[in-house]
Design a protein around this ligand. Structure first.
Ligand SMILES: [Zn+2]
Length: 197
């Protein structure tokens, strides 16, 4: 039971944007005091505590054993009164850019290892490009050399994927347990994330 209660639950805000990861224990408290409702990932149905506590776990499904009954384990809950996004962003750092770009050159797709990858300013600094999530990508030595002090257009190269701030990443990246149903909510937020700077 303790193990189940320590499992991660994805916390969404009122607009169903992921804002945090909390333990199942914490999610149940939010549910119980009506600050949040369970989102059932299969059909997106919402359950308040009163309804959720009436559901019985299916055979073979993990559950929480209370004194007189067993509870289903919520995987996603949505807060009722909170519509902001988390203030904390992923730190703009070398390490996190490597993570975001999966150690892959964003021009040719090579994965030569971190020693052979460089940080490339898509719009070069000499042309007013800034150091930001949206203007920095990984490039292998060869691509970096080829592109030199030019924009991709000028160099006739293509960035494989529009670089964005990975707002969703720290939410679940640190958890070993990947919950399949979360991807529905996390990818949604990822594509809708507002670009800043
Ligand atoms: Zn390359």
């Amino acid at each position: 039971m303790t193990k189940v209660l320590q499992r991660p639950t994805l916390i969404l805000n009122r607009n169903w944007q992921p804002v945090n990861v909390a333990t199942v224990a914490r999610a149940l408290v939010l549910l119980w005091n009506e600050s949040a409702r369970v989102v059932y990932p299969a059909d997106y149905q919402l359950y308040a505590w009163a309804d959720w506590s009436k559901l019985r776990p299916r055979d073979g499904e993990d559950s929480i054993r209370a004194v007189r009954f067993r509870l289903r384990v919520p995987e996603v809950v949505a807060l009722s009164g909170y519509d902001r996004l988390p203030v904390a962003h992923v730190t703009f750092s070398r390490r996190n850019i490597f993570k975001r770009d999966h150690y892959t050159c964003q021009y040719c797709g090579a994965q030569p290892g971190s020693e052979e990858l460089t940080l490339d300013h898509v719009v070069p600094r000499s042309q007013g490009g800034v150091s930001s999530w949206e203007n920095c990508v990984l490039a292998c030595m060869a691509c970096n050399k080829r592109k030199a002090d030019r924009t991709p257009e000028q160099a006739r190269m293509r960035v494989r994927k529009q670089p964005v701030r990975p707002a969703w990443k720290p939410l679940y990246a640190d958890h070993e347990l990947r919950i399949e149903s979360w991807s529905k909510f996390i990818s949604e937020a990822y594509w809708n994330v507002t670009l800043r700077e």
